[in-house]
Design a binder for this molecule. Structure first.
Ligand SMILES: NC(=O)c1ccc[n+]([C@@H]2O[C@H](COP(=O)([O-])OP(=O)(O)OC[C@H]3O[C@@H](n4cnc5c(N)ncnc54)[C@H](O)[C@@H]3O)[C@@H](O)[C@H]2O)c1
Ligand SMILES: C[N+](C)(C)CC=O
Length: 491
């Protein structure tokens, strides 16, 4: 596999010659060695994207043809699914079956934006004057800096690349330094299918060095970021200097509200999925269980029993149900998070420890349930981004809603009840970008994704996800120009 940067249609090493080792978090084995870009490489990539955009090689392609290109990308991804999924699992440690699902979702994302690309040519506006043709056209923004995290490496990149290309932009992608390999494969596909040089560029490396120019450089018109809240603040502040468009997909502390009349077994099972899939390294993880007090004890007992039975293991272990955390540093953070929760009075009902035996080779943390928590405690307020779920209780609908909305985030949440009226009422009152009723986790390319509050700015996916990468321009055409007489002609 190529292991370098991709700038202006060429695979190139970092100017400094630096490289980085990528290791599988499940066992520490070396996965590959890739180029480590510095700011000068990113500046070269920005220059290439700028020249490609200004030269018009891609934005001048009619939108339906850009859409056809994306459909070919979707087909190619389906053909190479096994190779891509394996690469994703080696970098992230996530189960192969999860990576395979991600690859299906990625192909579906390209197919969705491929079909959407040519559908809307703008709209006519009634200017109130028969001699005026007034229309709104949608144009690409220009050069987009795309910065993505390690938990769903190619999926989060695809949610940006597909609409950016559909709209006619050029881009520089900076994936997480921990998980570069599927981004490299993606660039190969775009190149093989004939995307003009400079339209798609890839820089690999650390955020503060390789990533930073994408938010501060004057030749970048938009920065679209998915990652943590604190990094999002740094990026938004850096982008302010050049008033570029900023899209932010940040973290969440997502409530899973369970009423006493919910289907008990389905609610417990989905609470487990919500909290522990991919070891909780999911922005929309259901990390806050908010359960009605009349069933709380039975619910938590069952949750703990099931959580204790979860099998941990590496990506290719077919018996494993969830995998490792991404790094030793991240496991240390999760460990400290649980220790702080306990110091603040939380009770560890299960987990709260590292994996042992064979699991000691990787960065495993056991599925952890914390009860005896209160609103305001850090474990209830802050994102753990690990396999840690807290349990709070409520007595009525108002208290359930108030508890679920008591967060500075607002990414996603769920409500479990068999009362359809209550389900709709509560869904309407939750201040979160996605609300699931009697389910947890699904997302669709045709449905907008994003956060209220400090979970972000803007939306990915759906028609709004395309609009994020477009400028709306008003073209006002007076077909019968006349002297206005506003200013007297004193000649
Ligand atoms: N809302 C969503 O859809 C969504 C999806 C996935 C992940 N996330 C969030 O992502 C976080 C986990 O991912 P992470 O640990 O990779 O996040 P992170 O913020 O540490 O890093 C994300 C990306 O930003 C880069 N980066 C870091 N500092 C930078 C800087 N100064 N300038 C430019 N780039 C910089 C990193 O190198 C990486 O590529 C969680 O908080 C999770 O909730 C959100
Ligand atoms: C957006 N999603 C759910 C695919 C990944 C969040 O981390």
């Amino acid at each position: 596999m190529t292991n370098t940067l991709f700038i202006d249609g060429r695979w190139v090493p970092a100017a400094s010659g630096e490289t980085r080792e990528i290791r599988n978090p499940a066992d520490g084995e070396l996965v590959g060695v890739v180029a480590e870009a510095g700011a000068e490489d990113t500046e070269a990539a920005i220059a290439a994207a700028r020249a490609a955009f200004d030269g018009g090689a891609w934005r001048a392609v009619p939108a339906p043809e850009r859409g056809d290109f994306l459909l070919k990308v979707a087909d190619r991804l389906r053909e190479r699914k096994a190779e891509f999924a394996r690469a994703e699992s080696l970098d992230t440690g996530k189960r192969l079956v999860e990576s395979e699902i991600d690859m299906d979702d990625i192909a579906a994302c390209f197919a969705y934006f491929g079909k959407l690309a040519g559908l809307e040519a703008g709209r006519l506006v009634d200017a109130g004057d028969a001699d005026v043709v007034s229309r709104i056209v949608y144009e690409p923004i220009g050069v987009c800096g795309l910065i993505t995290p390690w938990n769903y490496p190619l999926l989060q990149a695809a949610w940006k690349i597909a609409p950016a290309l559909a709209a006619g932009n050029a881009f520089v992608l900076k994936p997480s330094e921990l998980t570069p390999h599927t981004a490299i494969l993606m660039m190969q596909v775009l190149d093989e299918l004939g995307l003009p040089a400079g339209v798609a560029n890839l820089v690999l490396g650390a955020g503060a060095t390789a990533g930073a120019p994408l938010s501060s450089h004057p030749d970048v018109d938009m920065v679209s970021f998915t990652g943590g809240l604190e990094t999002g603040k740094v990026i938004a502040a850096a982008a302010a200097g050049t008033v570029k468009k900023v899209a932010l997909e940040l973290g969440g502390k997502n409530p899973n509200v369970i009423f006493a009349d919910a289907d008990f077994d389905a609610a417990v099972d989905n609470a487990l999925n919500g909290a522990f899939v991919h070891s909780g390294q999911v922005c929309s993880a259901g990390a806050r269980i908010i359960v009605q007090d009349t069933i709380a004890e039975r619910f938590v007992d069952e949750l703990v029993r099931r959580a204790q039975g979860i099998r941990l293991g590496g990506p290719f272990d077919e018996a494993a149900e969830t995998g490792p955390l991404i790094s030793a540093a991240h496991r240390d953070k999760v460990t400290a998070y649980v220790e702080q929760a306990v110091a603040e009075g939380a009770r560890v009902r299960c987990g709260g420890a590292w994996g042992e035996g064979e699991l000691a080779k990787g960065y495993y943390y056991l599925p952890t349930v914390l009860d005896n928590v209160r609103r305001g405690m850090s474990a209830v307020r802050d994102e753990a981004f690990g396999p840690v779920v807290t349990v709070e209780t409520f007595s009525d609908e108002d208290e359930a809603v108030a508890t679920a909305n008591d967060t500075h985030y607002g990414l996603a949440g769920a409500v479990w009840t068999q009362d359809a009226g209550r389900a709709q009422r509560v869904a309407g009152r939750l201040r979160h970008g996605t609300v699931w009723i009697n389910d947890f986790h699904p997302y669709l390319p045709q449905a907008e994704w994003g956060g209220f509050g400090q979970s972000g700015v803007g939306r990915e996916l759906g028609p709004t996800g395309l609009a994020e990468y477009q400028e709306a321009k008003h073209v006002y055409h007076n077909t019968r120009p006349q002297v206005t007489g506003w200013f007297e002609d004193r000649k």
